[in-house]
Design a protein around this ligand. Sequence first.
Ligand code: NAD
Ligand code: TYD
Length: 373
Amino acid sequence: MSSRKLKNILVTGGAGFIGSNFINYLFGMSATGEKAFMDSGFTGNIVNVDCLTYAGNLENLAQVEEKFGGKRYFFEKVDICDRAEIERIFKQYDIDTVIHFAAESHVDRSILGPEAFVRTNVMGTFTLLDVARTYWNVSLDNPRDDVLFHHISTDEVYGSLGKTGYFTETTPYDPRSPYSSSKASSDHLVMAYYHTYALPITLSNCTNNYGPYQFPEKLLPLMISNIRDGKNLPVYGEGLNIRDWIYVEDHNRAVWQIVNDGKTGEKYNIGGENEWQNIKLLHKVIELTSAEVGKSAAEVEKTIVHVKDRPGHDARYAIDCTKIKKELGWERKMTFEQGLSMTVKWYLTHPDWVNHILSGEYKNWINRNYSDR
Ligand code: NAD
Ligand code: TYD
């Protein structure tokens, strides 16, 4: 049994895709209402620190705000790079746990404009680590086991796989994009704070997430909404790149298990054991989405366009998650068949959520940056 308090949790990036699903999960408000994701047992308080970039959306948390706002849930519109504000929040809420999701998260944007990635992912993570170290007054001479800093990271830090093999927790880092290299830097800082200052940390590296509330610039929600709207389906290169897909709430259950029972100073890989070539996954999404919106899948197939490949496009990601399964007894609860079908339905039954994003600043951003979609 860990002696962690887990009473006043600072969640960063809680208005984004994974972070908002995490907060909903902790408060028993799973977006899809699946029983398997209603059992967090969380009894503490959450302070959600998010500066609401283009990717932050408080609509994702409307139910939590309504039921728990000002009681067990508090929102602070704050930038994680703002040290004075982060210090204030640690003091004001007597933070004992940090679960750090906030990041610039989209590879394509990191290629177009890497600076924001270095700022938030590297400097922002540094700021949080350093405030936690100071506020908790930890050092090698004063170690503590009642507080915790959990850092959320990605499998992309390990680089690109060939046809065979898997990333394990000991695979050397070999990031290729500005996004993955900024995340790799943040992972290294987290481990450095553990070794140098005895900051109690855990770290997780996860594969591609899918599910409700994902910003529609990412592959799955983009394709679902483009099929709905009769738009082209842009496939980078031949579409032969492989990703391992995990349902977002399975990821979040893993994070919660690590935060509760993970060993301090350890990193855990989290994966879906569910590899798909992009083009094959797109065929599947076309089949499911066309059926839901009453279009002919064969006609929708004709809207696939092979666009210029992403520079430095990693060929394959795949995770070996034996460690978290063996040590913490974590297992995936969502099959891909069920999860993908529920996800397609979720986007189609939440047109207001999707349209709000598609009609806002994002539309101008697409027009500014791409001529082929
Ligand atoms: P997202 O882009 O949907 O959300 C990021 C959130 O962070 C947004 O709400 C945004 O407003 C907030 N944010 C950004 N910069 C900030 C700043 N300077 N200060 C405060 N808030 C800020 O991202 P996501 O997909 O939910 O990813 C969350 C975390 O999970 C990231 O750390 C990402 O690297 C990691 N991750 C994502 C995936 C995936 O498939 N999406 C897979 C593995 C790991
Ligand atoms: P993405 O959702 O951006 O996640 P990541 O780059 O972090 O893996 O992309 C998933 C895969 O889909 C990736 O190989 C790039 C590809 N892709 C396309 O082919 N077309 C698109 O329009 C997008 C956004 C991604």
